[in-house]
Design a protein around this ligand. Structure first.
Ligand code: FES
Ligand code: FES
Length: 166
């Protein structure tokens, strides 16, 4: 804890579970998730809001958790990649499966953020154009894939999610 930083009782709904922790008010959400709750699917890379590796959903909208302090997200609903298809469920979420099928990752560091951005995209645009996909993922940087597999993965995910709803 930084000297002089006051503690707060932080509350949050994380992946559907109520969590309460004593943390410095200026603790970053990414630190709460990774160090406090061991939800290490949320990655840290640039730490300045540029890469999207730390992306989570805050009340359903993608945010960079490296930029959000505890007091700014107190009492909010947060979803991490672990909440998409819990480890003890037999099947992956269709978006996760699509990233595997279409080779939408190599090292995988950007993938949790990509997938969470995709969940919001498909909620708002169930049949997205390539331009809508590119816009939705413009805050998620990938240093490995060249994006072709990622775009195909989102298109496959859109098709699978539509079938699931029929
Ligand atoms: S680590 Fe948060 S945006 Fe890069
Ligand atoms: S798969 Fe390596 S950063 Fe995207």
């Amino acid at each position: 804890m930084t000297k002089g930083t006051s503690l707060m009782t932080w509350n949050g709904m994380i992946n559907g579970e109520f969590i309460q922790l004593e943390v410095p008010a200026t603790e970053r959400l990414v630190t709460i998730l990774r160090d406090g709750l061991l939800l290490t699917g949320t990655k840290i890379s640039c730490e300045i809001g540029r890469c999207g590796a730390c992306m989570v959903l805050l009340n359903g909208e993608p945010v960079n958790s490296c930029l959000l302090m505890a007091y700014q997200c107190d009492g909010q609903e947060i979803q991490t990649i672990e909440g998409l298809a819990p480890w003890n469920e037999k099947e992956l979420h269709p978006i996760q499966q699509a990233f595997i099928d279409e080779g939408g990752f190599q090292c995988g560091y950007c993938t949790p953020g990509m997938i969470l951005s995709t969940t919001t995209l498909l909620k708002n645009h169930p049949d997205p154009t390539v331009e809508q996909i590119e816009n939705a993922l413009c805050g998620n940087l990938c240093r490995c894939t060249g994006y072709g597999g990622i775009i195909r993965a989102v298109q496959q995910a859109a098709a699978s999610c539509k079938v699931d709803k029929e």
